[in-house]
Write a protein that binds this ligand. Sequence first.
Ligand SMILES: [Zn+2]
Length: 86
Amino acid sequence: MAEAINERFCIACGMPLRSPADFWQGDTTKDYCIHCSREDGSMRSYEEAVVGMGFFLQKTQGMALEQAQLAAREYLAKMPAFQGQQ
Ligand SMILES: [Zn+2]
């Protein structure tokens, strides 16, 4: 994959960061997206991200919650923000 200088991705979920709307309060200095931000603007923990993505997969993929959270755990463990997590 070619790497453009301006192409940035959320370190916690891999979502492309293209516009200020992708960031918490439009803060483009952050490395993570609005979905991975808490209400105070800090980044979600690994466990919080697993729960959030688990619900997302359950809804969008029709997976059982347990299976969805397992898939989320596997996916998120590969993200730069969570490398080495189990
Ligand atoms: Zn994100």
